[in-house]
Design a protein around this ligand. Structure first.
Ligand code: NAD
Ligand code: UDP
Length: 342
């Protein structure tokens, strides 16, 4: 299968490129390097020994995307491109709505013009909102999001669903797979690629990694007074290579089906913030320094997946646990203390 990965130079896209190539598929990548570097793709080529068609372009630019898609004619588009920082989205909502929603609309318009039909979308568990109780199942109603980033995912899901529904009456029937990621973490086993956030990390695992490598003094744990066994929030941390392999299964599903299908990509196992600090301390061989701070606004106490549907329908399940996650994150961070140095 020929695949085109928008945002493919980013964290999840670059790992998915490896999984796709390892499964025997061809990969082309479009990225504007807003939050990434072409170095990630160079390293994917080094790991896989395969050449990747790499386009520097904005996925919202219709003329460029029409040209690229007409040339590549992918069997499946996997749409990772997007802005993803929750806090920044509160400060810059218009930029978030413009970039994230425009990219999806542009791709849908180009697909229609070119008769391309299969689409996999990077959605998020954030669309379950605050009122559903975990484990989250795909049949639960979507909830209200707590920030503009979440709403962009919520809205893009709806746009894609509506487009697939309308296309049922057309010659080119769309197949849309919405993937709701839980908490992607870790790195490729080689230590050559991994997560490389710009500035101060917002997310737990890159923050812990940077404390472990002594780029930062200590982690602040956001609240230890939640109603959980150790008082800290619980999440479903999924190894990025498990997530990447989930995309292979999803793309293969997309090309063989029509309509819209939604899948959680999670492990089904919740771990607390302090569980992750402990597992990382074991992996790096020294204690990760932390202090307890106040709760972070907008945090939900608990979030984890019911991962049954992906297993039953896609034949996919996460295989790696938190020890592998921390081992691989540490391998990447300790060999690349400043990330890609972009
Ligand atoms: P990332 O920032 O590493 O990757 C996104 C990539 O998209 C970057 O390389 C960026 O340069 C590119 N990009 C952004 N806007 C673009 C545009 N208009 N045109 C072309 N390229 C553009 O993020 P990631 O963690 O790899 O996330 C990938 C996708 O998964 C995003 O849509 C994100 O919202 C979603 N997601 C991520 C997480 C997570 O925790 N990492 C969780 C749920 C969903
Ligand atoms: N967290 C923390 N300190 C940090 C970053 C995150 O205690 O510096 C906590 C956060 O409150 C949440 C968990 O770690 O309970 C996961 O946070 P992350 O931002 O990685 O993911 P999300 O909240 O989006 O699921």
């Amino acid at each position: 299968m020929r695949t085109l990965l928008t945002g493919g130079a980013g964290y999840i896209g670059s790992h998915t490129a490896i999984a796709m190539i390892e499964a025997g598929h061809e990969v082309a990548v479009v990225d504007n390097y807003y939050n990434s570097s072409p170095e990630a793709i160079r390293r994917v080529e080094q790991i896989t020994g395969k050449k990747i068609a790499l386009y520097e372009a904005d996925s919202a630019d219709k003329d460029r995307m029409r040209e690229i898609l007409a040339k590549e004619r992918p069997d499946c588009i996997i749409h990772f491109a997007g802005l993803k920082a929750v806090g920044e989205s509160v400060a810059k909502p218009v930029e978030y709505y413009r970039n994230n929603i425009d990219t999806t609309l542009t791709l849908l318009e180009c697909m229609k013009e070119l008769g391309l039909t299969n689409f996999v979308f990077s959605s998020s568990a954030t669309v379950y909102g605050e009122d559903n109780i975990p484990p989250f199942t795909e049949t639960m109603p979507k909830g209200a999001c707590t920030n503009p980033y979440g709403w962009t995912k919520w809205m893009q899901e709806q746009i894609l669903r509506d487009a697939a529904f309308a296309s049922e009456k057309e010659d080119s029937k769309l197949s849309v797979v919405l993937l709701r990621y839980f908490n992607p973490v870790g790195a490729h086993e080689s230590g050559l690629i991994g997560e490389d956030p710009q500035g101060i990390p917002n997310n737990l695992m890159p923050y812990i990694s940077q404390v472990a490598v002594r780029r930062r003094d200590h982690l602040t744990v956001f609240g230890d007074d939640y109603d959980t066994p150790d008082g800290t929030c619980r999440r479903d941390y999924i190894h990025v290579m498990d997530l990447a392999e989930g995309h292979v299964a999803a793309a293969e599903y997309a090309v063989n089906n029509k309509g819209t299908e939604v899948f959680n990509l999670g492990t089904g196992n919740p771990y607390s913030v302090l569980d992750m600090v402990k597992a990382f301390s074991n992996a790096c061989g020294h204690p990760v320094k932390y202090e307890i701070g106040p709760r972070r606004a907008g945090d939900v106490q608990d979030s984890w997946a019911n991962a049954d549907k992906a297993k039953e329908v896609l034949g996919w399940e996460a295989k790696r646990g938190i020890d592998e996650i921390c081992r691989d994150a540490w391998n990447w961070q300790s060999h690349n203390p400043n990330g890609y140095d972009k």
